[in-house]
Design a protein around this ligand. Sequence first.
Ligand SMILES: [Zn+2]
Length: 274
Amino acid sequence: MIASAIHLDDMLPIASSKTSYKRVDMESILPYIILPLMLLTATVSRSLTVAVMIFIGMGALYVQSRPTQKNRSPFFFSWTISSGVYMFLVFELGVLSLLEVTQLENLIFLILLASMCYFFYKMKAVADFELATGTSKGKEYSPVLTSDSYYCQVCQIEVNERFFHSIWWDCCILRPNYMYYLGGQLLAFFTLLHGTNLGLTTVCQPYILYGTLLMPDDCNDVYFEFDLAICFVSCIYGLGYALVIALLLIQQLLVYVPKYSEPQWRRLINILNI
Ligand SMILES: [Zn+2]
């Protein structure tokens, strides 16, 4: 029975694309294995923490500098999700177990995180809707593109009002979902700053910056205990992530926010001219 089932399976036309399915599966699973291994390596010593963070940063820079069509892989979206999942787990299971974070601080963290998830969920849902139906024609590539059409190299589809493609969210950023993308990135930035500040002031010796706001000061003791070290390296990774998002937000402010608000300005100028 089993033998005949295997035989039938091989006869199906899907069988030929089986290997590519396996490759895609493997690429989306890999970040869930690589990232914790890297974070665990970084817990050994300070120099290894620095080496791992530089390695991840260089990897991201290399990916970003490649032509977009080479990055057509579920690996990058999985990397984003696995980073979020591991940092969340370390915060909720590691940092909170040290009993120095108040209920209110954790509540603010969870509200920021939930709002961020909502914005990114809406960003992807709107993009899926726009690509399938709506104003952005989800049709195959044609050599003659109208003035407002762009061909996305990653989605391999012609879309209207496209701004760019985010490989880290596996999503085309168009005019209808741009505000969700920008809002999600802003919330991610504040969630990371809040979470890493709570984590670092818990595992390191803190000092009072202003009022009740603490800042980490002396972090020399963290490598002696594993649970402190894993919280510490996850926070450093989170800070690196926040830095990347900060650079990305500056790029958005300079390039895409003016592009997004251009039609509104034009309309206003037209009204004033009349
Ligand atoms: Zn795309």
